[in-house]
Design a protein around this ligand. Sequence first.
Ligand SMILES: [Fe+2]
Length: 228
Amino acid sequence: MTRSTRPDPRALFLSRRAVLRAGLGAGLLAACGGRRGPADALAPTAAIPDDGDDDDDDAALDDATPLACTAPTADNIEGPFFKPGAPSRSVLVAADTPGERLAVGGLVTSTDCRPLGDVRLEIWHADHRGAYDNDGFTFRGALRSDADGRWDVRTILPGRYLNGRRYRPAHLHLKLRAAGHRPLTTQLYFDGDPYNDGDPFLVPSLIMPVERTRRGARARFDFVLEPA
Ligand SMILES: [Fe+2]
């Protein structure tokens, strides 16, 4: 098997057609690799078009109107890699961190659409090769929503990893805790990931649209918490 005949399971946003054209699926990939994706470099993603606007492309949230705020956000499995004690921070990358930059954020509201400030969010995810740091706190952080309910994290697009014989789609893990509300443990997924289809854990309402800017990827998700 050569690299040119198989899709890179860690490269996001390959079109389904591209995957089918490559002629090989996740099952065969799983048979070729270990728990993580192959150790070769991340396949280049499509060129990021210049959107022509000079606004702050780094901001994941440029409109504070809730996208939706009546149905509580779906929960999703915690998975085996949660680690308590993550440092307080919302920037999980340094200048030399490998991987495509991701600005992700949005609002936290209650089911009455009221913005919730001081919500504690914990986020953890795999690196660009699909590995979790279980010894340290790389790509792990804890932050709080601001007074307007905004949350914002700067990180990278996570890689995929094997779950049994198939790759899980790229995803972020989060835990949210807010006074007077039920705690939420969930995951966020990226629209356009060809491994979304058929993932046994994915909930469609947790898929974020992804915008590509000159600085990387940008995604928004508004959490809705249920009163306790
Ligand atoms: Fe995971």
